[in-house]
Design a protein around this ligand. Structure first.
Ligand code: SF4
Length: 60
């Protein structure tokens, strides 16, 4: 699984960083992937599903 965040879409709501802090962190005005979700796949997928602007993409 590879996770990316489209910083142009992200509104920095913080939901993904709350749901999967091992993977996402708010840096400035956008979420940043700080580590790929090895072992955290489900939480990363939940974060992607919960993103209000569909800024999180997952490749499996
Ligand atoms: S949930 Fe989506 S909009 Fe919110 S911080 Fe994460 S990537 Fe950005």
């Amino acid at each position: 699984m590879t996770v990316t965040v489209d910083a142009g879409r992200c509104i920095a709501c913080g939901m993904c960083a709350y749901a999967a802090p091992e993977v996402f962190r708010i840096v400035g005005r956008a979420s940043t992937v700080i580590a790929q979700p090895e072992g955290w796949d489900r939480r990363a997928a939940d974060a992607a599903n919960g993103c209000p602007v569909n800024a999180i993409k997952i490749k499996r």
